[in-house]
Design a protein around this ligand. Structure first.
Ligand code: SIN
Length: 543
């Protein structure tokens, strides 16, 4: 059976994909494909929590204002309002499903609420410093037990099946209206390519932090959804806005480990090697300024001092409190010889979140019919030029809810009655030359270093153009060798990383100003007259 047919294909098993799947599965057959084990998602590593208005001293207006301030003129105000007003319901829903958020000690507020940068109130619900893991635990358990949800672990999507690709292979006459019919998927362990046909396809593939050599993201974050959507001709927006988290643990044996912003929310201070705090020089909100400001401040301090890192210090707080509030961070640091109850924690900024992605409307619908994008792979208008901390899990929950409502509003017909087009199988290359596999490892490394050095926190036009030229060369190599190397997940991810890197660079080159997360020394000012607009890119697949 090389063709599988479902009502809905969900690519990715994080908070967006599983929440969505659970909301439609009572009436539809759902396939969830995920390229590693089902819990191995960005969600699983989210420490801070979910921002929402849940206390009497907070208000929707304040959360909306904080989100708009952080977004620096590029948020869609209607989307911001819709997401924030939906927040409390989505949080209560998760709690009812069994997610154990830390409870409050006060009668007036149900949950303990943390503070993070850019928030004017404490409003982050959390499960200590392992919120994502707790949410994922509950969602996976429910999805596994749902009779209409089939989860395919170690299956990686290769490309979407869209009309223009079918047409190019001479297989279908169509009006010039793009539509998605599912995806080609590699069964990694079985080493075979399957055709997943579906009436609706959801991209819930998370972020693309792996495009940079230093990132807080897990290995799975290779921008697969954005790259596939781009190749299929979907509209992509705002890829230049890459969020660098100010405080990733700096230690040779600490791979991708975050020191949550909640540590600064509980009083942690940024200091340099000599113990001097420096944030007052950069912003009146000091350590709790928005992330773009804090990350650039640290970058400046490191460049000026020549030091390898700066430090977060929270050792003035009670040791028992720290062990209870930050068990994950405490344990990880201790395993590396850093006792956060006594020592300062060495940190550097690292790529954390892509605010851009596949452009969607309020229901997660993309510019291609029957293709949706949710979570970090989407650009919904919520984050604008700089995402407010802990607004991302909230966005994933709300848009998963809306997309499910959109699909559930259509009558469900048995899958067998859908008239799918004749989709030819995607074949593994015959005569594969696997001696060329070295190209994969080499180009992975080159892309990630190039992006860090030329397209990082502070940018310049000439460095962006150099990056563009290098990436074009790498793309040519990949395109040349792609058909001749056995398909494997490293190659599929490399192809996606190269595409995402190009999208980031091309969007960055289009924006001749500095705004939010995009800071270009050659255009240091914000220019609302010319650039208060999204940067969009689309591959014309029909010409
Ligand atoms: C953190 O815990 O600092 C990360 C939260 C986020 O990125 O929203």
């Amino acid at each position: 059976m090389d063709t599988m047919t479902y009502d809905t294909l969900v690519i990715g098993s994080g908070i967006a994909g599983l929440t969505f799947a659970l909301k439609i599965a009572d009436h539809r057959k759902v396939a969830v494909v995920t390229k590693k084990e089902k819990v191995e998602t960005s969600t699983n590593y989210a420490q801070g929590g979910i921002a929402s208005v849940l206390s009497p001293d907070d208000s929707f207006d304040l959360h909306i204002q904080d989100t708009l301030n952080s977004g620096d003129g590029l948020c869609n105000p209607d989307v911001v309002e819709m997401v924030i007003k939906n927040g409390p319901n989505r949080i209560h829903e998760l709690a009812e499903m069994g997610v154990r958020f830390q409870l409050s000690q006060q009668d007036s507020v149900p949950f303990d609420l943390a503070r993070e940068g850019g928030h004017s109130r404490s409003r982050i619900v959390h499960s200590q410093d392992m919120t994502g893991r707790e949410v994922e635990r509950v969602l996976v358990a429910m999805a596994e037990n749902h009779p209409n949800i089939s989860i395919f672990e170690n299956y990686i999507a290769i490309d979407l099946i869209v009309e223009c690709h079918l047409l190019k292979r001479g297989l279908r006459t169509t009006q010039r209206q793009e539509r998605c019919w599912g995806a080609y998927v590699l069964d990694i362990e079985g080493n075979r390519i399957l055709t997943f046909l579906a009436r609706d396809t959801l991209l819930c593939t998370g972020g693309a932090g792996k495009v940079y050599v230093y990132t807080s993201n897990p290995d799975v974050a290779t921008g697969d959804g954005v790259a596939m959507a781009y190749r299929a001709g979907a509209e992509i927006a705002n890829m230049e806005f890459v969020q660098f988290h100010p405080t990733c643990l700096y230690h040779p044996h600490a791979k991708n480990f975050l020191i949550s912003e909640a540590v600064r929310g509980e009083g942690g201070r940024l200091i340099d090697k000599r113990g001097h705090d420096f944030m007052a020089k950069y912003h009146p909100l000091k350590d709790l300024a928005c992330r773009d400001v804090v990350a650039r401040a640290i970058d400046t301090e490191i460049k000026q001092s020549g030091d390898d890192c700066v430090y977060v210090d929270i050792s003035h707080r009670d040791a028992d409190f720290l062990r209870r509030r930050f068990p994950g961070i405490h344990e990880k640091c201790l395993s590396l010889g850093i006792d956060i109850t006594r020592d300062s924690i060495p940190v550097v900024p690292a790529a954390h979140y892509i605010c851009g992605g596949v452009r969607t409307d309020k229901y997660g619908r993309t510019s291609i019919q029957h293709l949706y994008a949710l979570g970090e792979s989407a650009c919904t208008g919520l984050h604008g030029a700089n995402r407010l901390a802990s607004n991302s899990l909230l966005e994933a929950l709300v848009f998963a809810h809306n997309a499910a409502a959109d699909i559930n509003s259509r009558p469900s017909a048995p899958t067998e009655k859908i008239s799918f087009p004749e989709v030819p199988p995607l074949e593994m290359p015959l005569n594969a030359n696997d001696s060329e596999m070295v190209l994969i490892a080499y180009n992975w490394d080159i892309i990630r270093r190039l992006m860090w050095n030329y397209v990082g926190i502070v940018r310049r036009d000439n460095r962006l153009r150099l990056a563009q030229n290098h990436l074009a060369q790498i793309q040519r190599e990949i395109n040349e060798h792609y058909p001749n190397i056995s398909l494997n997940s490293d190659l599929i991810e490399l192809r996606n990383l190269a595409t995402v890197a190009e999208l980031i660079v091309n969007c960055a080159l289009k924006r001749h100003e500095s705004r939010g997360l995009h800071f270009n020394i050659d255009h240091p000012q914000k220019d609302d007259d010319r650039w208060q607009q999204d940067t969009t890119i689309r591959l014309d697949q029909w010409s």
